[in-house]
Each structure stands twice: as C-alpha cells, then as structure tokens.
Design a protein around this ligand. Structure first.
Ligand code: KDG
Ligand code: MG
Length: 425
C-alpha cells in the first residue's frame, strides 16, 4: 500500500437470501474493495442507517491503511459510545479496512495479525431435536459430517416451540429471524403476539426446562460416549439460583460449556453460580466491547468469552478482548450463528488462526444460496475451519445476485412465561 490511497466510497448492501444480511463495501481510489459484515439480527436497518447516514460521509478521503486511527475516530470521536448498533457499525468498517490492507499487501489477514498459531480451528455446530430420540439422531448426523463438538438443544415436554426448536423444525435449524406473524396464524405452534403483527411468541416455563435439561443432556452424553465435546445454550433465562442448580446437575455430563445461564446485564450473579458449580461457563455474544467483558474476565467468572467479531468492533477490538482474556486463562469461543454473514465468519477465522487463546468457533452453516452471494475462501473440513489464503479476508460479494433478494422485515421471537409476562430471550 502506497500510504497515499484514499477511501472514495462506502456503500451499504442489504440482501435477504433467506435471511437479512447488511454488508459494508469500502472502495479506494486505487480500486481496492473491502467488505465488512454489519448484520444485527432483527435490527438490521438501524445499522444500515448508522453506516449510511453517519459513518460513510466521514470515511471519504481517509487513508484506508490507518485502521486503528479510524477505529478510535469512530469510537472515541463519536462521543456516543458502545451499544450494538454503534459497535456493529465500527466493526463493519474495521473488517473492511483489514480486508483492504490484506489485498493491498497480498496477504491473508491472519498473516498481518502475526501469522498462524494453529493449523486449523476447531468448530462446533448445532443439533436440535423436538424430543430426545430426534435429538440423538440430529447429533449423530452432525458427527457423521465430522463435527467433534456439538451444541445440543431440545424441545421441553409440555411447551411448544422453544428457541427455534419445534416439532416440525429441521434438525439443522437456522437461528430465528422470523417474518412478522400476521396476527392470527399459529405457524409451528407459535402464537403471534396479542397486539397484532410482530415477532412470533413462545411460551417458556423454567421449571419444566429444569426438570428436562439434565436428563436430556445426560442421555446425549451416554449416547455419544466421553469424547464428543458437548455444549448447551440457556439463552439468559435463569436466575442465579436456578443457574447454580442446573450447573451442579450437569457436572457428570462433562459439558465443554454451558452458555448464557443468566441475563447478561447482571454480572455480579456469576459469582454465586461459580461458588456452586465447576461447569465451564460461556458468556458474551451480546457484549459489544472489552469493557463489558472486563469484570467477567478479570474475576475469572467465565471460562469462554463469546463476543462476535462484527458486533464487538471488528478484528481490532476482538484482539484486545483476546489479549485481556489471555492474562486470565479465559479463552475465546466467538458467536457464529447463521445470522452473521460469511464475511464475519471469515474475519473471525483470521483472528482464530492467529490468536493463541482462541478455543473454538461456532459454525451453524448457511443455506446454499448464502454461499453463492458471499463467495469465500474459508472452508470446513473434518470438524475444523480454515480462513483460506486469499489476500484480505478472502470474501467476494456477488452484488448482482445480492440485489435479487430485497430486505424483508424479520424479528427474533419473544418469550413469555405461562402468566403472560415477558421473559429474557
Ligand atoms: O441473533 C441472535 C442469535 O444469533 C442467537 O440467539 C443465537 O444464541 C445463539 C447462539 O449461541 O448461536
Ligand atoms: Mg447463544
């Protein structure tokens, strides 16, 4: 890179090949193009506007090589800091600038981050089943695809859809991002909200879940034997006491991690959970900065930090979180659901290949058309991912194909307790 290149355009591409993705495209005077993911499931247009209306004008004329300075400019310079919309926008710019730096130097981004510290990145995928027999089939199917780590979720007896697991849902589900319910229909047993169109709603019953989860996970462990890494996601739904009880009940299952046991805002409660169980805890997919991770890391209240490269300020900031976590033997296991695009997944893999305390990458996979819109050098093989050796992030977006899939309003579902009150998602 000459150091004299400048950013001449910053465009936002919104596409919905089965689900919504927001992508930032930065173009330089020398003709380089960098891509960044800016997808925030269910709030996509807020990030698109933040980028188009508030960030893109500031980027024009800047030196694309000055990644850290641009990060500081958009974060500290904006006065209003943090939060998912801001940090996803900053993350998208950061990814696009690393992509440009890689293309300008002819290097894959992981080389610019210090080079590979491992040959490949362990990943985990999802298996879901309405009941235990169907869950075991789903787990077996993922093992046959080579996965050595599987997140197991099931329906709960007496409840309808539980976090995307419904009687008719495919075992290899996508993360929810449903179109608004019309107000009357009951797709897959889910009810629409009482106030007309909006997110689909599910009923949640903590007691029923706590009766079922230990039995369900013990059945999976017995079925798969000791080696498969098993994970389970609680989606922030328990109180500290309930979380401690669940952790204790799951100790014999030997989980790789138990995720998001309590709502992310109240970090103090993790001290209580830690006092009662040694089950490894993973938290942080909704965190956006190192400051939200600080207490959990420095007090060793978690074992894995789940911050996502695109929602937490990009490669530059995820590396800072990793550096802090390394001091406290906390490892990274970044969020990688189907509602972040293959651009973010690729960026996460460049961090993963070059960061010592990167433990595992979530990998749900994508529908075939998503792989066509976002062509990528990263690849899956035998339970592992690799970012590939193309310059930059190794992603090219087929803009003509992307344009054939216009944005569709979609929401994550909402969960209510049996008495009608809203519970954490
Ligand atoms: O958009 C939210 C989903 O990505 C999230 O709920 C999925 O919990 C999730 C996970 O661990 O992948
Ligand atoms: Mg999760």
């Amino acid at each position: 890179m000459s150091g004299t290149d400048t950013i001449v355009a910053a465009d936002v591409v919104i596409t919905s090949p089965g689900r919504n993705f927001v992508t930032l495209k930065i173009t330089t005077a020398e003709g380089l193009v960098g891509w960044g993911d800016a997808t925030l499931n269910g709030r996509e247009l807020a990030v698109a506007s933040y980028l188009r209306d508030h960030v893109a004008p500031l980027l024009i004329g800047r030196d694309p090589a000055r990644i850290e300075d641009t990060w500081q400019y958009l974060y500290r310079g904006a006065y209003w800091r943090r939060g998912p919309v801001t940090m996803t926008s900053v993350g998208a710019v950061d990814l696009a600038l690393w992509d440009i730096k890689g293309k300008a130097t002819g290097q894959p981004v992981y080389q610019l981050l210090g080079g590979a510290v491992r040959d490949r990145i362990l990943c985990y995928t999802h298996a879901s089943g309405w009941d235990v027999p169907r869950l075991l089939d789903a787990v077996d199917a993922q093992r046959e695809r080579g996965f050595r780590a599987v997140r197991a979720q099931s329906g709960v007896p007496g409840l309808g859809t539980v976090y995307g697991v419904s009687e008719n849902a495919p075992a290899h589900e996508q993360t929810p991002g449903h179109k608004p319910a019309s107000g009357h229909e009951q797709p897959d047993g889910r009810g629409p909200g009482p106030h007309g169109p909006g997110p689909q709603e599910e009923i949640w019953d903590t007691d029923a879940y706590l009766r079922h989860a230990p039995e369900m996970l013990a059945a999976v462990r017995e079925h798969v034997g000791p080696e498969l890494k098993l994970l389970h996601d609680v989606h922030h739904r328990l109180t500290p006491g309930e979380a401690a009880r669940l952790g204790k009940a799951l100790e014999a299952v030997n989980l790789f991690w138990l995720e998001d046991v309590t709502p992310a805002e109240n970090q103090e409660v993790l001290r209580h959970v830690r006092r009662h169980t040694t089950v490894p805890l993973a938290i942080g997919e909704v965190f956006n900065t190192v400051w939200e991770c600080q207490t959990l890391i420095t007090e060793q209240l978690i074992d894995f930090v789940r911050t996502c490269v695109t929602h937490a300020g990009g490669i530059s900031h995820l590396r800072r979180i990793a550096a802090l976590a390394e001091l406290w033997q906390v490892r990274l296991g970044p969020h990688g659901p189907s509602d972040i695009s293959p651009v973010a997944l690729g960026a996460s893999l460049h961090v993963g290949l070059s960061t010592p305390n990167f433990a595992i990458q979530e990998y749900m996979g994508y529908e075939p058309v998503v792989h066509e819109v976002f062509r990528h050098a990263w690849s899956y093989e035998d339970g592992h991912l690799h970012p590939g050796d193309e310059p930059g992030l190794g992603i090219e977006v087929d803009e003509a194909l992307a344009a054939r899939f216009p944005y569709e309003p979609a929401y994550l579902p909402v969960a209510r307790r049996r008495d009608g009150s809203i519970t954490d998602w």
